[in-house]
Design a protein around this ligand. Sequence first.
Ligand SMILES: [Zn+2]
Length: 396
Amino acid sequence: MRDSTNEVLRAIATIGPVSRAQLARDLGLSGPTLTQATKYLFDRGLIAEVKQSPSTGGRPATLLGLVADAGQVLGLKLTENHAVGVCVNLHSEVMWSFEEAFSSRGDAAVKELIAILKKQSKKIKGQLLGIGIGIPGVVSPIDSGTADSSMLGWDKVNVGKAISDALDTPVLLENDVNTLAVTESLYGHGRDVSNFLTITLGRGIGMGIVIHGELFSGSYGAGEFGHVNAVHGGVKCECGKFGCLETVASSPAIHDAAVAAGYISKSASMSDLWALARKNKDIAENLFKEPAELLGIALANVINVFGPELIFISGEGVEGWDLWEKYFRRALDSHVVSTMNKYDIEVDPWDDAKWALGATAIVLQASLSRNQRSNASYTEVKNRLRIAAKLEKNVS
Ligand SMILES: [Zn+2]
């Protein structure tokens, strides 16, 4: 009973307003089972009937939709000097967004985060289902709270539990590239395919892997795409190894190369660099040909292994994608085996606010997930959705 209820809730949340007939068909449920599941969700105020007129005219159809205000979620994206966040409802509509200065390398980093989130959580009316935080690094999913991030200067920082205890709210931590993959699988074109990859370009290079509609997390993390070897015997990477993809194709690596070649000064921004390269073909080729080719080859290797249908490329670095595309495409096409050459590539600009939205998607997905994870925070998020709905119902 519980399982089909959750399946129905998940389908309504992800497809949007949907008819009973389509639910029964898509989920393979009998009439009585569907009625039982929807009654449970109606009784708790989680779903409501929505009238929708067909585009062809005729009588409006009665569809089932999620009650947006049954719960709210806070999402946060962390960088070394600021935190960007959003608050969303169950429809993933942004209620408000915020940005606060934050020093990840200071001793008081976790305390600062607690203060930021306390201030925001006070604004929430109704039930806060949980807080999602996207971390540019490795998160331990078992205890839902320890983060390692060379970018933030964090070594096993127990941020999840500290925030959860201070705010008495479940906190879900996830690698920020994975939050993006979950967002695509819930709300983007990732909904339409079962196997896809998200790649982020910028300060680092990351990868989210979705297999059969579920985020693939490996046994101890996955998607360290920036640290696949790209240059045999190359220079030392932040991770301690040599010749990683990030040492040639991350924004800082390209910036360093441009400074070394005397094209820009050390203080110039990536936008300055892109503008210069767009005006000068030789500079563009000198700076972007090799990184783009190495990225294309590295991605071809992954495609040959996983056979994804779709690859999203995003991150702050895609603002300069026009400078990569030609070289990248050629290298990619010439290294993917012909039987695997069936993928689409979608390039998506992605700003900090969208990253924060991705962090909320982790919590929304947990509340709807078909997987029972042995993780206290996931269970608590699910329980809160049901409790929230009961409270809502008692009030009205
Ligand atoms: Zn590395």
